[in-house]
Design a protein around this ligand. Structure first.
Ligand code: ATP
Length: 257
């Protein structure tokens, strides 16, 4: 199996989705369609429900209202072609880097090892395959987490603030790596981020979640690779930021109406 082979991304559809935790309504009447191989970024204030939306897409949580479909199939249990990546790499410290990447893969040992090494090559860490996660830097651990996702040839990659803990330079390098892998592999990507510049750098569409709903939806039609100093880039960043900052935070923002 060639891990670099171009797969086709999953198509997402969300209709009338609502989610509450206890008496707290977090999402309400969320509607969204995302085409195959698109890159969607989700921004919003802290606590606005971005991770909740990602968990619903991953099948890790159920909506209280509405439905979600992946390629026309209702989201059920977690699917092998959907991978999720978090702010912390969540590597098993007692397994080597290669064994962490190979986790959950089935088949002959030699094939699994080959897939793990190929995936590590794609993130530039094949030479660290037999080391322990503890000797890697934070950025390198996130690369291993990416390799672990790639090893499963995902058709949908859900990224929950995966670069949030990295320094500014490593963060930009990781953004470039994610963009390259997205182009090479052809998966659909959904990125939750606090960083509007990051959303504009990577996504071809940015949505803003506010007051339980999608309050702003912007197509990003900039050529790639994108130049951060560019006037068009700054203009799009300004549009999203002004929407994000437009409203005062109300303490009981997310209580049930
Ligand atoms: N398992 C849970 N039980 C109870 N409340 C929850 C649970 N998960 C999330 N919430 C609440 O739902 C709201 C939205 O949380 P969520 O993590 O989706 O927000 P977010 O936009 O991703 O926030 P942040 O940007 O700070 O990570 C918050 O008020 C949070 O406290």
């Amino acid at each position: 199996m060639d891990t670099r082979q171009h797969t086709s991304g999953i198509e997402l559809r969300i209709e009338g989705v609502g989610k509450r935790y206890g008496t707290r309504q977090v999402l309400q009447d969320v509607n969204l369609s995302v085409g195959s191989c698109r890159f969607l970024a989700v921004v919003g204030r802290s606590g606005s429900g971005k991770s909740t939306l990602l968990r619903l897409l991953a099948g890790l949580d159920r909506p209280d209202q509405g439905r979600l479909w992946l390629d026309g199939r209702a989201v059920g249990d977690a699917r092998p072609d959907t991978r999720i990546m978090y702010q912390d790499a969540r590597l098993l410290p007692w397994q080597t880097v290669a064994d962490n990447v190979a986790l959950g893969l089935k088949g002959r040992r030699s094939d699994i090892r080959r897939i793990a090494i190929e995936s590590l090559e794609q993130v530039g860490l094949a030479d660290r395959a037999d080391e322990w996660p503890s000797v890697l830097s934070g950025g390198q651990r996130q690369r291993v987490a990416l390799a672990r996702a790639l090893a499963h040839r995902p058709r949908l990659l859900l990224l929950d603030e995966p670069l949030g803990a990295l320094d500014a330079l490593t963060r930009i390098e990781m953004q470039q790596l994610i963009e390259t892998l997205w182009k090479d592999h052809g998966f659909t990507a959904v990125l939750v981020t606090h960083d509007v510049a990051e959303a504009i750098a990577l996504a071809d569409r940015v949505i803003l979640i506010d007051q339980k709903r999608i309050s702003f939806d912007l197509d990003i039609e900039l050529a790639r690779p994108r130049l951060r100093g560019d006037v068009a880039y700054a203009d799009l960043e300004g549009q999203v930021l002004s929407r994000l900052l437009a409203r005062e935070v109300v303490p009981d923002d997310v209580q049930v109406a």
